[in-house]
Design a protein around this ligand. Structure first.
Ligand code: CTP
Ligand code: MG
Length: 390
């Protein structure tokens, strides 16, 4: 059994009135369309996803959906109804069992809503995401109330709307040419197809006006949680030896760093920055320097431990910026290897890590070659529900 999906994105967004159709406007760094498409593509119950677009938007579309696995888009029509019908017809050859029809302009499509809709199709040929009307309804004319309507039994229809594929294709084809069907449940209704109500989601609103786009930005901001920044600083003494370990990479040198563990001053500073970002003490409080367990230990385990503490709070490391302060060894030739290793230990991409080095022009403890210092800044994102307790 295949569940296909159609995303209608062939509108012009006239009510929003931006230079480009609203589904291509940026929202949290990606196009509005991307968010809904990613939700559908990433859902385990959803198979092929077809987008319906205006052919003249093709370049914008390609940029918007970069990285997603979608079917080749098809051209839409003059009305939403036409666009849906054209999308359904384009899927006919693949004969899916069910289809979800969704507006590109609804970016906050939750996976559990998709699941509830598909589940309902086991007992109903159609299912509609909807919310009960809470406000009192007035019919008015010329700015004056004519009457108060009974809101009992009234629902606000959202998308996705889900249907048995053959039934909704037939229903759409049978009303082709008739106008006034603003959603697919109305088309189903005209064809006598029962449609079950499924509880929708307040965040699954449609972006229609500029105020809706601003609301969408606020939703994203709230969902992003809190950004935390931590700093870390460490110094280790240099003594006789033949190399130093920095960021887990062995650098040849006429000296060695001294310390209880492998004395990787860079990773110690990073560990403290990570712990600082979540207010979880410092490296010494978790790995006491006198403890024989950590004698000669590889310092990547300290970083990994801090990362686990962040993950346990539902957070993730966004970025780490590290500065190593020393006269020797020269860091530049090893910077690539150190960056790669640090990214690997942190479990982030190399673009999320920065390794820099500086000297102190012969001044101070680093200038005199008595030791190496490192300082790090870690940026960590925590989810909204964890922010208060941590
Ligand atoms: N849509 C479509 N084809 C059309 C008209 C609308 O695919 N001919 C899509 C829109 O891209 C949107 C969804 O249907 O994702 C809901 O329509 P609406 O909110 O009305 O979007 P627009 O028509 O783009 O906006 P407006 O009515 O303000 O111009
Ligand atoms: Mg419209």
């Amino acid at each position: 059994m295949t569940n296909a999906a159609i995303i209608v994105a062939a509108g012009r967004g006239e009510r929003l009135g931006a230079e480009v159709p609203k589904q291509y406007l940026p929202l949290g760094g990606r196009a509005v369309l991307y968010h809904a498409a990613a939700a559908l593509c990433g859902h385990p119950g959803v198979g092929p996803v077809r987008t319906v677009i205006r052919p003249e938007d093709r370049e914008r579309y390609d940029a918007a959906i970069e990285g997603l696995d979608l079917l080749e888009p098809v051209a839409g029509g003059a009305s939403r109804q036409d666009s849906v019908r054209l999308g359904l017809e384009s899927l006919a050859a693949q004969a899916p069992s069910n289809v979800l029809i969704h507006d590109a302009a609804r970016p906050f499509l939750a996976a559990d809503l998709i699941g509830r809709l598909l589940g309902t199709l086991a007992t109903s040929p159609g299912a509609l995401a909807a919310l009960p009307v809470a406000d009192t309804l007035k019919r008015a004319h010329g700015g004056k109330v004519l009457e108060t309507l009974d809101r009992a039994g009234l629902w606000r229809a959202q998308t996705p709307q889900a249907f048995h594929f053959d039934a909704i294709l037939k229903a759409h084809q049978s009303v082709a040419g008739q106008t006034g069907f603003t959603d697919d449940a109305a088309v189903a209704e005209a064809a006598g197809l029962p449609v079950a109500l499924v509880e929708g989601d307040e965040d699954n609103f449609k972006i229609t006006t500029a105020a809706d786009l601003a609301r969408a930005e606020r939703v994203l901001l709230a969902r992003a949680g809190e950004t935390r920044v931590g700093t870390g600083y460490d110094v280790h003494r240099l003594g006789p030896g033949d190399g130093v370990t920095l960021c887990g990479v062995r650098l040849p040198c006429e000296m060695s760093l001294q310390g209880h563990s492998d004395a990787d001053v860079a990773l110690h500073a990073v560990t403290d920055a990570l712990l600082g970002a979540i207010g979880a003490g410092d490296i010494g409080s978790h790995f006491p320097p006198g403890d024989p367990e950590w004698a000669g230990a590889a310092s990547d385990q300290f970083v990994r431990d801090a990362c686990r503490r962040i993950a346990a709070r539902g957070g993730r490391v966004v970025h780490v910026d590290l500065t190593i302060v020393c006269e020797t060894p020269k860091i530049a030739p090893h910077r690539g290897a150190m960056t790669a290793r640090l990214a690997e230990v942190l479990g982030v991409g190399e673009g999320c890590v920065s390794v820099k080095a500086t000297t102190t022009e012969g001044l101070g403890l680093t200038g005199r070659g008595e030791g190496i210092a490192a300082q790090a800044v870690a940026t960590v994102r925590l989810p909204p529900h964890m922010v208060k307790s941590s």
